[in-house]
Design a protein around this ligand. Structure first.
Ligand SMILES: CCCCC/C=C\CCCC/C=C/C(=O)SCCNC(=O)CCNC(=O)[C@H](O)C(C)(C)COP(=O)(O)OP(=O)(O)OC[C@H]1O[C@@H](n2cnc3c(N)ncnc32)[C@H](O)[C@@H]1OP(=O)(O)O
Length: 277
């Protein structure tokens, strides 16, 4: 498997196909020999998750269900950022309909990613705050380049990480560590994240990141897929069902919360601070 992959990366045999996507917000490549897919988020400058990007991800994940996808590596085309999290403009003074549609697509995308039967790896090649951290945590394995930031920092912005974001973190680093990190809205350095298990491996650089992602994938492809995915879904089903059974309530929390004047004020101030940087 390793030799085959080396041949492919060196270009001696090209069996990598671009996956026809309706937009260029995600670049998707499938290796036709191994079935491994690389999904690269491509919404410059920071892959903020707006409706359109989430929809492109969701559509790709649905399409992969009908392809011979054996595994997926999620990464980003941005030089510095994996994903800046939810697009703050989707939450700042939206209409109720727009906010509802946006939240529904976030839920759809997360459910697909979290429940994907094939192995999923986040190759975190840059900062990954809030919703970016959620995407990474929804994969099975996380590898990150040094000296970047990751975490659920919502509290620091005057907003609240929804229950399912919190559950994902709890499932990875345990209840006590998650409670502390969520209350404080901690953004961990890559190195700190590796220490507490929020990420599984530190890479030395971007090349090493992709090598390590493929190494993990190779290991997983050696396992019987049905047994593998049954165990995975067994571990994830309570977290998934908690959202699936309360999607409407979760949406109502979101809408009620973001339309509060104080929350809108916090968002406005934060957006201004980001622009001034
Ligand atoms: C009781 C129950 C409650 C239920 C639910 C209630 C509430 C809902 C909460 C929902 C959960 C929210 C999750 C989120 O994900 S919120 C988003 C959090 N994201 C962040 O805090 C990250 C903000 N961005 C940054 O820190 C940095 O941009 C960076 C990612 C570290 C990258 O830095 P750098 O390379 O220096 O880029 P710039 O900062 O210069 O940014 C470039 C341009 O991009 C704009 N930007 C950045 N992030 C966002 C974003 N998240 N949304 C929209 N736009 C963003 C930034 O303003 C710059 O724009 P400009 O070029 O026009 O100036």
């Amino acid at each position: 498997m390793f030799v085959l992959r080396q041949c492919l990366t060196l270009g001696t045999k090209s069996s990598v196909r671009n996956f026809a996507a309706a937009t260029n917000l995600v670049n998707v490549k499938i290796n036709e020999d191994t079935g491994v897919v690389i999904m690269e988020l491509n919404k410059p400058p920071v892959n903020s998750l707006n409706y359109e990007l989430l929809e492109a991800m969701h559509r790709t994940l649905v399409k992969l269900e009908n392809e011979r996808c054996s595994g997926m590596i999620l990464t980003s085309s941005s030089p510095n950022t994996f994903s800046a999290g939810l697009d703050l403009l989707e939450m700042y003074k939206p209409t109720v309909d727009k906010a509802r549609k946006f939240w529904g697509m976030l839920q759809n995308t997360w459910i697909k990613l979290y429940s994907a039967p094939y192995p999923t790896v986040a190759a975190i090649n840059g900062h990954s705050p809030a919703g970016g951290c959620l995407l990474a945590m929804s994969c099975e394995y996380r590898i990150m380049v040094p000296k970047k930031k990751i975490g659920l920092n919502e509290t620091q912005l005057g907003i609240v990480a929804p229950q399912w974001f919190q559950d994902c973190m709890k499932n990875i680093i345990g209840s006590r560590q998650a409670e502390k990190a969520l209350i404080a809205g901690t953004l961990f350095s890559s190195e700190e994240a590796a220490k507490i298990g929020l990420i599984d491996e530190l890479a030395t650089d971007k090349e090493d990141l992709m090598k390590k992602a493929h190494d993990f994938m190779d290991e997983q492809l050696g396992l019987p897929p049905l047994a593998r995915s049954t165990v995975k879904i067994g571990f994830r089903k309570d977290t998934l069902n908690r959202l699936i059974n309360s999607r409407e309530v979760d949406t109502k929390y979101f809408i009620d919360f973001i339309f509060q004047p104080k929350v809108q004020e916090s968002l406005e101030m934060y957006l201004q601070a980001l622009k001034k940087k």
